[in-house]
Design a protein. Structure first.
Length: 313
């Protein structure tokens, strides 16, 4: 096989691949149905009228909304358990929209394609059609595939930490509201209003729980979902305590006070643990950055004098 013309054909092949990718993505953005078919669907399902109006006024956002189902189709979870785990993971990161999983899978697929194109382009440009070039394509696709999941895990970890640190203050205010005579629903509403600026994450979850209560869901289900959405063990324990107190008719204020004291003690213990670890963590910058400078300052003059004494005949 003659490969002497490969350097000449390589730019043309890359250009053709890029154009094919652009055409495929643009075809996904286009609506597959005609306007007549869309109107028939609107007559069958009135709920689609508002959604279609929102899609038409969104520009790039509406195009992404239309393309998301097609992009995410290849990565849709096969079982209900996988889908439930994905929804919980996204909710822990703060994305509790009904369409969050679809958009996440679409972003994951787009990141996979983009990583493959970039990795393949770099591999072909540097190594040509060799094993190393194909490995670059696979590495780029793998990084693009797992990068959105890593970002979601990082966001969930940071959000859990913020919720954990803000829970004792929210519980203290909730105890005050309950002991002042407010019901649990009104107390939750008051807490969400007062702590919006300082504890946005937990206030958003409380507002979501209040909205579900107003829509008629049982308090047991709402509190259980609150613990699952946050992903914080202490919030799950609080939800279980409130469910038990509501079930057996015990004092909610006392249960909240006990949980607040427990979380405050745990937060102080966590601060003490981090303070105790500071000395160990300081060893590495001391050895790598500070100790060499001190060594040069202290030993340098003596070393210079010794060298001069040895060089003198």
């Amino acid at each position: 096989m003659d490969i002497s013309h490969l350097p000449t054909l390589l730019p043309l092949m890359i250009f053709a691949a890029v154009m094919a990718g652009v055409w495929a993505i643009s075809s996904l953005f286009q609506s597959p149905e005609t306007r007549a078919a869309e109107r028939l669907q609107e007559l069958k399902d009135p709920r689609k009228r508002g959604a279609d109006a929102d899609d038409k006024g969104g520009g790039i956002g509406s195009a992404l909304k239309r393309a998301a189902p097609a992009l995410s189709k290849a990565l849709i979870p096969k079982t209900d358990l996988e889908e439930s785990n994905l929804r919980v993971k996204l909710a822990n990161a703060g994305f509790s929209s009904p369409h969050a999983s679809t958009f996440f899978l679409a972003i994951k697929m787009a990141s996979l394609l983009l990583g493959s194109v970039l990795g393949g382009g770099i591999g072909l440009a540097t190594n040509g059609f060799t094993t190393e070039g194909m490995m670059a394509l696979g590495i780029g696709g793998g990084i693009g595939m797992f990068l959105p999941g890593w970002v979601i895990s990082l966001l969930a970890y940071q959000r859990k930490g913020r919720i954990f640190l803000s829970m004792p203050d929210a519980l203290d205010l909730l105890v005050v509201c309950v002991e002042a005579g407010l019901g649990l629903d009104a107390a939750l509403r008051r807490v969400a209003e007062e702590l919006t600026d300082g504890a946005k994450e937990i206030c958003d979850e409380i507002n979501h729980a209040n909205f579900q209560l107003q829509m008629g869901r049982s308090r047991r289900e709402v509190l259980h979902d609150l613990g699952i959405r946050t992903g914080v063990d202490d919030v799950k324990a609080l939800a279980a305590i409130l469910i038990q107190a509501d079930k057996f008719g015990s004092s909610i204020a006392q249960a909240l006070r006990v949980q607040s004291d427990s979380m405050r003690i745990k937060r102080s213990q966590l601060a003490e643990e981090k303070a105790a670890m500071t000395a160990v963590k300081m060893i590495f910058p001391l050895v790598l950055f500070i100790f060499p400078g001190i060594f040069v300052v202290l030993v340098g003059p003596a070393a210079i004098m010794m060298v001069r004494q040895l060089l003198v005949p």
